[in-house]
Design a protein around this ligand. Structure first.
Ligand SMILES: [Zn+2]
Length: 375
């Protein structure tokens, strides 16, 4: 789900911006230039306040980036494979291809971000002191002072013990370590996260009614964001855990309908696509799988050529990265299907003979069944 703009790569991790970031950036820069800075140092010009607001919002972005990189760097060092971070203005979402497998790893990754914010907060306090004694430029000291404050705000906000915030992950890790029940630990920390989000939203409404419009709007925005994040990350986690330990061979379709590479497309459409309602078929030649014929490929070949085109000329030729092994885990298979944006893979053994076919739908079905059964 790439919803945003890809920026650059750092420490091997791709950094993207969520679209909502731009709205929040403008709102943030604007509210600083209208509220915080005029109160902090009165008497400056409007454009000056705007510039201070914009610089502060940009610097906040860099601080959030450092916070997130600290999580991801730690995670990668502990063997979790993080390739991408999507940034929102108050935080980021690292795309984990795997969830931490033990409580200690989870704890270390969770703490790394707030530790970075704490370090940044202390750094900006010291910088402000140094600047105030050396060059007396209130505009700069004021911005640096704001950055110190906002890093402590980030620290405190992220340490709220509701999943998926860092504090929620810490709580989950401790609960998990003590009870050994990762699912229950996740449920409890998610519920706390949701309760806190609800509180923020209600609090925001009261602030608006009392005349504090901007503050109230912030509280509602953050609350709504947390509510949604708690919901989706919990569901993803439950689904991921549901297929834990399941291998491709356990859930693949074993009696695979294959298509001979010598057939004409017009025959295949009649005899296979209309008959079986699959969107793709493995193609065989002399008993070996040589490719995949998808409905898309058939369409691209052009209706008027269906009667003269052989399957082998229209199919996608099989390469090693288009197949799964029977012993691959279902989680690995799903991660690959999602990142390659592919609906199904043929399953081949070491000798290259076809053992089955696995689709995204097969995995989803299994997830839903298991989640349903286990509650
Ligand atoms: Zn964090």
């Amino acid at each position: 789900m790439a919803r945003g703009i890809s920026l650059f790569k750092i420490l091997g991790i791709r950094i993207s911006l969520d679209y909502t970031w731009f709205i929040v950036f403008v709102l943030f820069a604007w509210s600083l230039s209208r509220g915080y800075f005029p109160q902090n140092i009165p008497g400056l010009s409007g454009p000056m306040y705007l510039a201070m607001g914009a610089v502060s919002a940009l610097m906040l972005f860099i601080c959030v980036l450092i916070h997130e990189l600290s999580h991801s760097y730690t995670a990668n060092r502990l063997g979790l494979d993080i390739k991408e971070i999507t940034l929102f203005i108050f935080g980021g979402v690292a795309r984990l291809t795997r969830e931490p497998e033990d409580a200690m790893t989870e704890l270390k990754v969770a703490v790394a971000g707030p530790a970075a914010s704490l370090a940044l907060g202390v750094f900006f306090i010291l910088l402000k002191k140094a600047l105030a004694s050396v060059l007396q430029i209130p505009v700069i000291t004021s911005v640096v002072g704001f950055l110190a404050t906002i890093n402590f705000v980030l620290l405190v906000f992220n340490m709220i013990p509701g999943f998926p915030l860092d504090g929620g992950r810490v709580l989950r890790a401790i609960w998990w370590a003590r009870t050994g029940d990762v699912k229950n630990a996740t449920r409890v920390s998610t519920q706390i996260g949701k309760a806190f989000a609800m509180f923020l939203i209600v609090f925001g409404f009261f602030q608006i009614i009392s005349g504090y419009f901007v503050q109230g709007l912030w509280a509602i925005l953050i609350g709504a964001f947390m509510q949604q994040a708690a919901e989706t990350s919990y569901r993803q986690l439950v689904l991921k855990m549901a297929i834990e330990g399941i291998r491709v061979k356990d859930i693949m379709t074993k009696n695979v309908v294959t298509v001979d590479s010598d057939l004409l497309l017009s025959d295949v459409i009649e005899r296979y696509f209309f008959n079986y309602h699959f969107v793709s078929f493995p193609v065989t030649s002399n008993g070996k799988v040589v490719g995949l014929l998808t409905l898309n490929r058939v369409r691209e070949a052009g209706r008027e050529k269906w009667g003269a085109t052989a399957v082998r000329d229209a199919m996608e030729k099989l390469t090693a990265d288009m197949t799964l092994h029977p012993n691959d885990t279902a989680q690995h298979a799903l991660a690959r299907m999602v990142s390659d944006d592919v609906g199904r893979y043929p399953v081949l053994d070491e000798a290259g003979s076809l053992k089955g076919i696995l689709s995204r739908r097969d995995i989803m079905k299994t997830m839903e069944f298991k989640a349903e059964l286990e509650g």
